[in-house]
Write a protein that binds this ligand. Structure first.
Ligand code: GDP
Length: 426
């Protein structure tokens, strides 16, 4: 069986924790898109970890961690990540990297930086991990697949061909040094040696696993609103963040994805530029940011303070629909225990009209939040295991949101740890 864990919003919903939890009963945990540009924060018995490339299930001895063909693979980062966890006493994980995954090249990272500098105020707020230049090259068909690292004849022909084009931009658009082709070939040889032990035909591996009745968990990065097709284009990421893409980015039949757990955080946060209708500012935002997540809402990859906002029913309903949600995991609810009243964005007002349907970007930029205040519960809810033991106002908050988004909240997360979870039978 295949399950997916994906985000409903802008990312940072707490997917890492939910995946880590569901991974206990899974055999393969698969990254199917994105790169090292976002991170998951996971707290477990070994300590606290920020993962950027490895799937969250990497801490279990029984799972295989899989990097699918859809991923933007940064080989040195993957390596350092493996080292960082084994250095802290985690047993060496089983890892399979798709022979069809493509490689983030050193020049992708440079192009990302140079382009953001060139754009100045109009920049995307990129994490400068090379993701947009990487996917541009993939679709322009000048990317490098993992399998190509093992073919010197191909590399010797392809490197000069690709560099010829890159160097024009480097010299004339960005006024930087051109790529040294010899150095690049050496780097790719180093990458080849680093990745060799893990290279696998991932689609074949996973399809065989299905025949053997194994459980495969697809782990999404970011959330619906960052999807290049259905998100807040152009302030999106460069690969699809939707569960449906899990079939492509891992080489699995789409009809095998039976459960889609969409993670929604009990309030909103976003990184990077782009419309964020329920955003809050000043002291109100600072307090939520400081109390949020586990030790504050700051980027796992960049340390940047996240933009904060109230729960957005319009964006989350849309986010859940596009994912094809079967279950909502409602996270970080414990954080809201300090508020007397909790505002929730229940609709958008656009040109004087109210709507609960998420609009295209031009309209989104004009949208103003319609807020409704719900009574807070004013107490600590960490440690509670039964839904019925939650304070009444807390249950009302969950059920109010569930009704507005239209998908069943079957899991409520009330703390960062693996066991801080309340299951609801729906
Ligand atoms: P991801 O990218 O979607 O995995 O999100 P993050 O890594 O940014 O996770 C959000 C943060 O919230 C992390 O620091 C988690 O440890 C933390 N977290 C996850 N679930 C909960 C929860 O229910 N309560 C609290 N307080 N923190 C949580």
């Amino acid at each position: 069986m295949v399950k997916a864990v994906v985000g409903a919003n802008w990312g940072d919903e707490g997917k890492g924790k939910i995946t880590d939890m569901l991974a206990e009963k899974a055999d393969y945990i698969v990254r199917f898109q994105g790169g090292a540009n976002a991170g998951h924060t996971i707290v477990n018995d070994y300590g606290k970890f920020a993962l950027h490339t490895l799937p969250s299930g990497v801490f279990y001895g029984h799972t295989t961690s899989v990097i699918g063909n859809g991923v933007a693979l940064n080989i040195p980062i993957l390596f350092n990540e493996i080292k960082s966890i084994t250095d802290k006493g985690v047993p060496m994980p089983k890892i399979a990297v798709s022979n069809r995954a493509q490689i983030v090249m050193p020049y992708h990272i440079l192009f990302d930086q140079y382009e953001e500098e060139r754009l100045g105020k109009a920049s995307f707020g990129s994490t400068k991990s090379g993701i947009a230049p990487f996917y541009s090259d993939k679709y322009a068909k000048i990317g490098f697949q993992v399998s190509e690292l093992f073919d010197d004849e191909l590399l010797e022909e392809k490197i000069p061909r690709v560099c010829a084009q890159k160097n024009v931009l480097l010299e004339h658009l960005y006024h930087k040094d051109p790529i040294d082709e010899k150095e690049l070939l050496n780097t790719l040889h180093e990458y080849r040696d680093m990745i060799a032990p893990y290279v696998t035909d991932v689609s074949l591996l996973l399809n065989q696993a299905l025949k053997d009745n194994k459980t495969i968990l697809l782990e999404g990065q970011l959330g619906t609103l960052k999807d290049p097709d259905h998100g807040i284009y152009p302030m999106v990421t460069s690969s699809s963040t939707l569960a449906a893409y899990g079939a492509i980015g891992a080489g699995l039949p789409p009809y095998e994805i039976k459960q889609i757990v969409t993670v929604c955080k009990a309030y909103s946060s976003a990184v990077g530029a782009g419309a964020f209708v329920s955003e809050i500012f000043g002291d109100e935002a600072d307090e939520l940011r400081r109390r949020g997540g586990d030790g504050g809402e700051f980027g796992a990859t960049t340390g940047r303070p996240r933009r904060m906002g109230w729960f957005d029913c319009v964006a989350s309903k849309y986010g859940c629909r596009l994912q094809g949600t079967t279950d909502v995991a409602f996270t970080v609810l414990d954080v809201l225990g300090y508020l007397d009243e909790i505002p929730v964005c229940v609709a958008y007002e656009i040109d004087g009209k109210q709507t609960t349907e998420f609009p295209v970007t031009a309209d989104l930029n004009k949208a103003k939040p319609v807020l409704q205040k719900l009574p807070g519960w004013k107490c600590e809810i960490r440690g509670i295991k039964d839904y019925d033991a939650l304070p009444e106002n807390c249950r009302n908050y969950i059920e109010f949101i569930e009704e507005r988004i239209g998908y069943p909240i079957t899991m409520v997360s009330n703390g960062p740890g693996r066991s801080d979870i309340i299951y609801r039978n729906k």
